[in-house]
Write a protein that binds this ligand. Structure first.
Ligand code: UGB
Length: 588
């Protein structure tokens, strides 16, 4: 009351809203007028931000929070009435005719696509101090995740334009969702690397805001312990991306420019773009409004399961069931063993890798109705079984893959399963946790993420006729991994199977201890025999034929301990570094 005269009309409205939603405690310890007035103003700036960045405003946030907290207290199962079953989707086999046709279609469609990277998370499970997109995907070339993504989009753009055979000027738009934790460092990374070759106007950053924390079942907003004039906030989850895209107005701009697809992806999957062309081809061919990319999933692996849910009233939906919910859901619906592998050695539920392809028109229609709001959940840690108080404050969260939950039954929601070796190798777990992953399940570590790139490239070259030696098994940071020859190429050399097949002829061999780096676009492998390290760097116009025998001491892998603080963190988390002893460099 005493402070009211300090406030603008807009701030008075916000204060009223707080009072009406039961938040008077926020003002309890405020100083007299004239004392700490700047802090009071900053408080209202924060409330205005929290209010405007949430679809429906803060009042709506509090209302939803009360409902979800009541459900949680009552132990209500979010899947009440639903029975899970294994859905049917498009299952692709890399390199067969079907796959090649989908890739061809996907490349054609790419000029009508926009890409959205969700990169607001700090990756607490990985424990890395920097932003995750700034990590090298592999250390043979040191290519960073963000660099790999941008170079892949540019390669797709070029390939799509070449196929179009008109005066194609397409510049594929690229949005990055950041948060306060990642925003400044993402800009700095882009600017200090000249946007990795992309035109700066193609790239747009949208920053997600955190949401207010909740202290109790009445959804009383939590006062920040460090400053009584601030509300404590935490991340709301990757689901924010839909509201942000919608409120930015960019979807309409894309639609008006004739775009048809929006592709969402996550921060650390060095294989992803090997799967994108075929998956986009599936979307276009099957006319999916929503297409999720999936891979065979090991039971209890920390990736969601794509599940068909059938309600007692007849409703059905195909949706991701998050990894911590799949096991209890199965147990509660007549599967006493829960989330277990079937006779194939995998869970029968395909694993969601959170790569979504949405058709833009229906997406805009849906967001016009919802404002981009995604079904939320709350996960309070209660002090005791009475569920009346929390160990620490909680907040509402949402996930981008929950977008289909509000869609009408007529929506075409599908998914595409690819081989995991081709499509999915995220970097999520720190070395200690990775080493504890049950044997046979993927580590999802920096070590396995890098090794997966060499394995995928080796397997692809094998399929086009190169004799690539078998891997050896080595242990890094307590994780047993297959070490294949360290083969890498720039996306512009070969983004699709057909493109790679066109560039490999004759009979080539590559030994296990070899390293091969291809940086040019028109590099052709012909009767090469490689036992050592070979680096080929060619300008785009140069046509280079690589043949003959190359033998040298090559590059070796040296074990390092993740606890060795003298080694940079981005190497330590892999457990090895590369010693560049001898190589042949070909520059054209
Ligand atoms: N992210 C944001 O941009 N903002 C946020 O507030 C939070 C995250 P995690 P998660 O494919 O491997 C997801 O933490 O959420 C970004 C799926 O839910 O790496 O545990 C963040 O920067 C799960 O179904 O993953 O699990 C990152 O790029 C499964 O598919 C992305 O969101 C799993 O990913 C994912 O965040 C997977």
């Amino acid at each position: 009351q005493h402070n009211l005269h300090l406030l603008s009309p807009q701030q008075i409205e916000l204060a009223k809203m707080l009072v009406e939603t039961g938040q008077t405690h926020l003002f309890e310890h405020w100083a007299e007028p004239g004392v700490e007035d700047d802090e009071k103003k900053a408080f209202f700036d924060q409330v205005a931000r929290l209010d405007s960045s949430y679809p429906g405003g803060l009042a709506s946030y509090v209302k939803t929070a009360r409902e979800l907290l009541a459900d949680s207290k009552a132990g209500k199962n979010p899947f009440d009435g639903f029975t899970p079953s294994v859905p049917k989707g498009e299952v692709l086999t890399h390199g067969d005719d079907n796959f090649i046709n989908f890739e061809d279609m996907g490349v054609k469609e790419a000029r009508k696509a926009a890409f959205v990277l969700v990169a607001g998370g700090l990756g607490e499970r990985l424990g890395y101090n920097g932003i995750k997109v700034a990590l090298p995907a592999e250390t043979t070339t040191g290519t960073l995740f963000l660099q790999n993504y941008i170079e892949s989009i540019l390669a797709l753009q070029d390939a799509s334009c070449r196929l179009a055979q008109d005066d194609c000027q397409t510049k594929i738009p690229f949005v990055i969702m950041t948060s306060d934790d990642t925003h400044a460092r993402t800009i700095e990374l882009l600017e200090s690397n000249s946007y990795f070759g992309m035109e700066p106007t193609q790239v747009k950053l949208l920053k997600q805001e955190k949401v207010a924390c909740l202290d109790d079942n009445d959804a009383r907003l939590a006062v920040d312990l460090r400053n009584k004039y601030r509300i404590q906030t935490k991340p709301h989850g990757h689901g924010d991306v839909h509201a942000l895209l919608f409120s930015s107005g960019i979807l309409k701009v894309w639609h008006d420019a004739g775009l048809r697809w929006v592709l969402f992806f996550q921060d650390t999957n060095g294989l992803l773009f090997k799967a994108i062309p075929a998956a986009l081809g599936v979307s276009a061919t099957r006319q999916y409004h929503v297409n999720s990319l999936a891979v065979p999933r090991k039971a209890k692996e920390a990736i969601g399961g794509i599940t068909k849910l059938t309600h007692a009233d007849g409703r059905t939906m195909v949706i991701n069931v998050e990894y911590n919910q799949l096991d209890p859901l199965l147990r509660a619906t007549g599967n006493p063993d829960g989330d277990v592998n079937c006779e194939t050695g995998y869970s029968p539920f395909p694993g969601n890798i959170n790569q979504l392809i949405l058709e833009l028109g229906p997406y805009i229609d849906e967001l016009t109705k919802t404002g981009g709001a995604i079904k939320e959940f709350v996960n309070p840690k209660y002090k005791d079984a009475s569920k009346t108080s929390f160990k620490s404050s909680t907040r509402l969260e949402c996930m981008m893959q929950d977008y289909p939950k509000t869609l009408p039954p007529s929506a075409r929601v599908g998914f595409t399963v690819m081989d995991a070796w081709l499509a999915y190798a995220p970097v999520k777990n720190n070395p200690e946790d990775a080493a504890k992953v049950p044997k046979g399940n993927p580590y999802h570590s920096a070590t396995s993420g890098e090794m997966a790139i060499y394995r995928a490239n080796s397997l692809i070259l094998r399929k086009v006729g190169v004799q690539v030696a078998d891997p050896v098994v080595q242990v890094f940071n307590g994780q047993e991994v297959e070490v294949w020859p360290r083969i890498t190429w720039k996306p512009k050399w070969g983004l699709t199977f057909a493109e790679i097949r066109r560039k490999v002829c004759g009979s080539s061999t590559i030994s296990q201890r070899s390293t091969m780096v291809i940086k040019g676009r028109n590099v052709f492998l012909e009767d090469l025999s490689l036992d050592g390290a070979l680096l080929i760097d060619a300008v785009d116009d140069a046509e280079v034929k690589v043949r003959g025998s190359v033998q040298n001491k090559g590059w070796t892998l040296e074990n390092i301990d993740y606890k060795d603080a003298s080694v940079p963190e981005e190497l330590r988390i892999r457990g090895f570094k590369i010693n560049k002893i001898e190589q042949l460099e070909k520059k054209h």
